[in-house]
Write a protein that binds this ligand. Structure first.
Ligand code: ZN
Length: 188
C-alpha cells in the first residue's frame, strides 16, 4: 500500500482538466491502489487522482454501502429530483457546506482492467459520483455553492491555518486526524 499526500485548495492541479486513461496497465492498477489507501487513511468517502497529484480521469469511492473505482467516468442524470446535504472535500479541510446535487445518476466508465462498468447511483453514491467527476474537470464543490455560502466557505478557507501558511499538500493521516477531531467537535 502506498498512501499519498493530498493536494489542497490552491494547488493548480485541482483546477486542471484530467486526461483520459488510454492504457490499462500496471501503473493504472497502482494508481487505483494508491487512491484507495489514501482515501481510507484520510477518512474520505471518495478521492480523485488529481487530489494525489495525478492528472488522470480516475476516482475511487466507499460510501459504506458501495465501494469501488471508476476510470474515464461519465454520468447521466436520471429524473429531475435533487438532494441537498452537507459536503466536504479532502482537499479543502475544515469546510463543510450544503450542496444541491442530482438525486440519481447513471454512471459509466471502466475498471482497472479496461472492462466497461456501469451502475445506477442514488443518494450519497450519486453525490460522490458527481463530486469526484467534477474533480476530473478541475471543478471543486465550492463552485457548486450558492454565492452567499461560497463567500462563507472562502472566509473559512482564508482563516484556516493551512491556507494562511501557504500549505498546498498535507499527509493523508493528518487530514484523517483533523476529520476525526471535527466529527467529535460536532458531537458524533
Ligand atoms: Zn473533493
Amino acid at each position: 500500500m502506498t498512501i499519498q499526500p493530498v493536494r489542497l485548495f490552491g494547488d493548480p492541479i485541482l483546477r486542471a482538466r484530467a486526461v483520459e486513461v488510454e492504457t490499462f496497465d500496471q501503473q493504472v492498477r497502482q494508481l487505483v491502489t494508491d487512491l484507495t489507501d489514501t482515501m481510507y487513511e484520510s477518512g474520505g468517502v471518495g478521492i480523485a487522482a488529481p487530489q494525489i497529484g495525478v492528472g488522470l480521469r480516475v476516482f475511487v469511492y466507499d460510501t459504506g454501502d458501495a465501494q469501488g473505482h471508476l476510470i474515464n467516468p461519465t454520468y447521466e442524470v436520471i429524473g429531475d429530483q435533487t438532494q441537498t446535504g452537507p459536503e466536504g472535500c479532502l482537499s479543502i479541510p475544515g469546510v463543510r457546506e450544503d450542496v444541491t446535487r442530482s438525486l440519481t445518476v447513471h454512471a459509466r466508465g471502466f475498471d482497472m482492467d479496461g472492462a466497461p462498468v456501469e451502475f445506477r447511483a442514488e443518494g450519497l453514491l450519486a453525490r460522490c459520483v458527481q463530486h469526484e467527476t467534477d474533480h476530473l474537470d478541475g471543478v471543486l464543490f465550492l463552485q457548486r455553492l450558492d454565492p452567499a455560502t461560497r463567500k462563507e466557505a472562502m472566509r473559512v478557507i482564508r482563516e484556516s491555518a493551512w491556507f494562511s501558511a501557504g500549505v498546498t499538500v498535507l499527509r493523508a493521516s493528518e487530514i484523517g486526524a483533523r476529520k476525526r477531531a471535527a466529527a467529535q467537535g460536532r458531537g458524533r
